[in-house]
Design a protein around this ligand. Structure first.
Ligand SMILES: Nc1ncnc2c1ncn2[C@@H]1O[C@H](COP(=O)(O)OP(=O)(O)OP(=O)(O)O)[C@@H](O)[C@H]1O
Length: 374
């Protein structure tokens, strides 16, 4: 049985309006997050992963804004639910159980209610997300009381329990510590505890382990996996580390220059990658047992700045399989191949047929065929 779709981005576009021009950081991203599953978003630095995540929760600051597309969120139909002022929370906008978050102002009550109650987020730098002026207790109690009508002492008891759940030893004592008195790993556990305070249905994690050492990284990933199994929450996990993806993903979304180039189940992405960019990313993972003198493949060139987007397929200047006259002209549409969606003309029979037919030598002139299974 396929899981219900919790979050669906439909052709999302988030641009930054600078003096130098318009930076199209997110430029037509479509992806889905099923309930209870982990979707990993991967891609090199600057591909628009973080801006995509921040757009979902209305956290993009000017001069950036969502300019187009839909952010469909499936709301809980909970008639009992009340915000902290005791008001009922609207179940959805149009009667189909979904709400388009892109239509809500960043300060709207509905978005505030969803942020924290339904969707929580953890960031790369846990220390930067916490105020040095407040203790751990103040952070967590505030997060609980922002969304639920509970007394301060009850919230404090819940905070102890949350710290215990995220593996913080002696939580009663830690509760009164300040963030700067804790290690990076402990701070990230606290941030996860804050994120879990309202039992969200979706956790958006933006490189939550990147700033941590390898051992702490592994512990935090293990913690997230365990919490997910306990709560059944979904995760949208942003990382540039394919090792992390292999450990936690159900689905993988590969982004390049503000767009999705491939999405599919983790096994297919790792074992049957279709897009040349996905293949190049995988080739750049250090292999176990590879001799130190054997060089790791790296992707030729660099991600262009979004102000200098290439024509046609955004990856074509770096692609070893690019077809001149086709890839530099045509922005490919998505095609479905088995369980994956891929945006590359090599997999699009129509584009390939017209390329062959349109070339001066008539059909078959380019001599390229639609690539089949490896
Ligand atoms: N406030 C901003 N003003 C102008 N451009 C921005 C702003 N924030 C992000 N960008 C641009 O948007 C593009 C996407 O940035 P984003 O942070 O989403 O990339 P990313 O894939 O998350 O990279 P990383 O892995 O390094 O975090 C980049 O080219 C970046 O320079």
């Amino acid at each position: 049985m396929t899981a219900e779709v919790l979050l669906e981005l439909e052709d999302l576009r988030t641009h930054f309006f600078l003096k130098e021009g318009v930076v199209r950081s997110v430029d037509g991203v479509s992806l889905t997050v099923p309930a209870g599953k982990t979707v990993c978003v991967v891609g090199e630095s600057g591909c628009g992963k973080s801006v995509t995540a921040r757009s979902i929760l209305g956290l993009v600051d000017p001069p950036g804004r969502v300019v187009d597309g839909k952010i469909w969120w499936r709301r809980t139909a909970d008639p009992e639910r009340r915000d902290r002022r005791g008001r009922g929370v609207p179940a959805d906008q149009n009667g189909d159980g979904r709400i388009d978050l892109s239509t809500l102002g960043p300060r709207s009550d509905t978005l505030r209610d969803i942020r924290g109650n339904d969707i929580a987020m953890v960031f790369q730098e846990p220390m930067a997300s916490m105020s040095p002026m407040y203790t751990v207790a103040q952070h967590i109690v505030e997060a609980i009381r922002l969304h639920r009508r509970v007394s301060r002492s009850q919230a404090r008891e819940e905070a102890v329990e949350l710290l215990r759940r995220v593996g913080i030893p002696r939580p009663e004592v830690r509760l009164d510590a300040y963030p700067f008195q804790m290690s990076g790993g402990m701070c990230q556990r606290v941030m996860i505890a804050i994120a879990l305070a309202c039992n969200p249905r979706l956790l958006i994690a933006d490189e939550p382990t990147t700033a941590l050492d390898v051992t702490t990284q592994a512990r935090i990933l293990e913690l997230l996996r365990r919490l997910q199994a306990d709560n059944g929450m979904a995760m949208l996990f942003i990382t540039h580390d394919l090792g992390v993806v292999a450990e936690i993903a159900d689905e993988v979304v590969v982004m390049y220059l503000g767009t999705v180039v491939e999405q599919g189940p983790v096994d297919d992405i790792f074992h049957r990658p279709r897009h040349p960019y996905t293949k190049a990313l995988l080739a750049s993972i250090p292999a176990m047992g590879r001799g130190s003198r054997q060089r790791m493949a790296s992707i030729r060139g660099q991600v262009p700045h979004p102000l200098n987007r290439p024509s046609g397929c955004p990856f074509h200047p770096r692609c070893d399989s690019a077809i001149p006259g086709l890839c530099d002209v045509k922005d490919p549409a998505f095609v479905t191949v088995d369980s994956t969606r891929v945006r590359c003309v090599l997999h699009d029979p129509e584009s390939m047929a017209s390329a062959n037919a349109g070339a001066s030598g008539g059909p078959g002139h380019l001599g390229v065929e639609v690539s089949g299974p490896p």
